[in-house]
Structures are given as C-alpha cells and as structure tokens.
Design a binder for this molecule. Structure first.
Ligand SMILES: *Cc1c(COP(=O)(O)O)cnc(C)c1O
Length: 347
C-alpha cells in the first residue's frame, strides 16, 4: 500500500491552524466564581457555555460502544462530521473524493458546498462493490473514500472483505458510515479502529437511539484524526440540552434495546406482509430500520400513499432504484396503517 501519512492528506492551512481557545479550557483546577467568559450570572444552567469536548457524554458512550474518549469527536448530527472531512482534508477545486452510488445524499451535498469533485462508482445488482472498482477512480488528489454500511437507501451491509481491501490499499481516509449499525447483524468497525490509521467510523443518535431531534453524531478515529476534528469544529457545537439528553438516554439504555427489538420484529413482520402484494416485485434484504421495495409503479404508489396520509420515500429517480420506495419501519400501529393503505392500492 502507498504509505499513510496524515500530514500529506490534511489541507496545509488546517495542519497549521491555531484553534480558538475557550475560556474554560484555559483554566484547570477548582473554582466557584466564573467571570472569564462574559456569561450572564442568571438563568442557570443555560447561562454557561457547554463543555466543548463533552467529557461526560464521551465517558458514557465508550461504556456502550467501546473505544476510548480520545478516539471520539461528537458532531451536530453526523452531517457535521461529514462536512468536517471535507474541510480538513479536501482543498476546494483541487482534491476529490470517491463514493459508492447510490448512497446517502449528504456526501455529495457537502462535496458541492466545499467545491470538491465527487466521483462515484455504481454498485452491482446486489448493491455490492469491489475494492478494485473504487480504487480505479483514485488518483493523487483523492483524499476520502465514502462507504456506508448498512447502506442508505439500499439497506444492505457492504462486504467486509472489500472494505478491508480498501483500508489496506488506499493511502487516504476511508469513512465507514454506520448510521444503521445497531439494526445490523454485522459487527461494527469500531472494534478494528486500532488496526487502521486511515479509518473513520460515523455513528449517530438519530436512528436506533431515537433522537434525530437532538442532533448528535459520533465519529470514531485515531487520536491524530480526532484532534484535527476537534480543532476545526465550532468550539461549542454540542449544546447543553443535547448533552443532557444524551446522558439521560445513555443511562436508560435498556429502553433503547427494547425499541430495537420491537423494530427488528416489525421489520420481519412487514417484510412478510409486503410479500403478499402482487405489485411488489422485489423486497431487498435489509440490515437497517427501513426496507427498499421495488414495485410496478413507484410514482403511482407514492401518490396513493400520500392520499392515505402515509409518507414513504420515493427513490424512483435514484440510480439502480427505478420504481423503488424506501419504507422506514414504524411502530406496530404505523405499520398497520401502511399495510391498510397498500391493500387499498392493490384494489
Ligand atoms: C440518517 C443517516 C445519518 C444521520 O445523520 P444525522 O446528521 O446524524 O442525523 C447519517 N448517515 C446516513 C447514511 C444516514 O442514513
């Protein structure tokens, strides 16, 4: 493999960057009177700036996820950590990234915002890829390869052996987005973080943790990469309300496990129900909390469902997803509503 040298991958301005120094970071020790940050003495606890490195939250995260706090950077949703990859590694108009297609749309949007070339490689008919086909798109200015496993919108986990090949032969950053890992039978890459200096794993509180509204994403990577992320992110990117709510969730993890069990059982049930409709042509295997379904006419079905007050994601215009809709697995009641609406469509 070409040798992995972090300094060569990082934009020179970022490598040299002196980060903003927070008032409370400059002080260490015991104190009770804080007059260092121009905060208002009233409206406790919201008058204080939040912990810029979320020490308590990370302490609890590692109890559930493994790894260590120094290998974690928290973002305002995974979307912030995705954007950080571009801002740290990709020189606008010079560098490029390579991604599978179809996949999560934010990788491309963030590339466009940062004026970075976005190269894609179509998945095969099983929505899998080969390391070879991705590596064929790599040149001297390729900084990041985007992988999403389980993949959105296809639902399947990507082949681990091919991911390993990419990690071993690409000298740039390999991001594995594991937003749906808690619904997968596949093991998380977090356990193998120490084996790959170029690996960045993204996870989120938005899916299995039921907390899309608090905006909290996790990036796991080497300490060196995490230090760069911490340097570039806004100092107070995770607000007090989010940090508090995350601690509450992490303390009540049994509830999250229960939700997951229900959702997995409902996924199986819904798959069975879907198989009964003659307009359903294919139900793709899923490792996530959604099911990609190929139907005879996706646009017609979508409009019908909207008329019934049931909203699914029409993926008809996405590459390799002609006439597909992506259906999130809901509560038992919601799924019954969906099946009722599907039944009225079939008549
Ligand atoms: C839903 C999703 C996310 C979550 O993004 P947040 O900003 O954390 O809400 C990340 N990646 C993929 C592939 C997703 O589908």
């Amino acid at each position: 493999m070409a040798k992995f040298e972090l300094e060569k991958l990082v934009r020179p301005n970022i490598w040299k960057l002196e980060p903003y120094s927070c008032a409370r970071t400059e002080f260490t020790g015991e104190a009770s009177t804080f007059l260092d940050a121009n905060e208002n003495p009233y409206n406790d606890p919201y008058n204080r700036y939040p912990d810029p490195f979320q020490v308590e939250v990370k302490k609890q995260i590692v109890k559930v996820k493994g790894s260590t706090p120094k290998n974690i950077c928290l973002g305002n949703g995974s979307d912030e950590t995705i954007d950080l990859m571009y801002r740290i590694f990709c020189e606008p108009k010079v560098d490029n990234v390579v991604a599978i297609e179809p996949t999560y749309g934010m990788y491309r949007v963030c590339a466009d915002i940062n004026n970075v070339e976005y190269r894609t490689v179509l998945l095969d008919e099983n929505y899998q890829f080969t390391a070879e086909s991705l590596l064929a798109k790599v040149d001297g200015n390729t900084k990041v390869i985007w992988l999403c496993s389980p993949n959105n919108p296809t639902g399947n986990a990507l082949n681990d052996a091919e991911i390993t090949k990419i990690l071993n032969s690409f000298a740039g950053i390999v991001v594995v987005d594991e937003a749906y890992i808690d619904f997968s039978s596949q093991e998380s890459w977090v356990a193998k973080l120490n084996e790959h200096a170029n690996l960045v794993i993204l996870q989120t509180f938005s899916k299995a943790w039921g907390s899309a509204g608090i905006r909290l994403g996790m990036a796991f990577a080497s300490e060196e990469i995490i230090n760069l992320m911490n340097k570039v992110k806004y100092p107070y990117n995770i607000n007090i309300l989010t940090q508090k709510q995350a601690l509450t969730l992490l303390a009540g993890k049994e509830k999250v496990d229960e939700w997951r069990k229900i959702i997995l059982a409902e996924r199986e049930q819904l798959t069975k129900e879907l198989g009964k409709f003659s307009f359903v042509e294919k139900i793709y295997p899923t490792d996530a909390n959604f099911i990609l379904v190929k139907v005879s006419e996706a646009n017609k079905l979508y409009s019908h469902l909207v008329g019934c007050g049931v909203i699914v994601r029409n993926r008809n215009s996405v590459s390799l997803c002609k006439n597909c809709v992506r259906i999130s697995v809901g509560s038992p009641e919601e799924n019954k509503e969906l099946v009722k609406a599907l039944t009225s469509f079939s008549k």
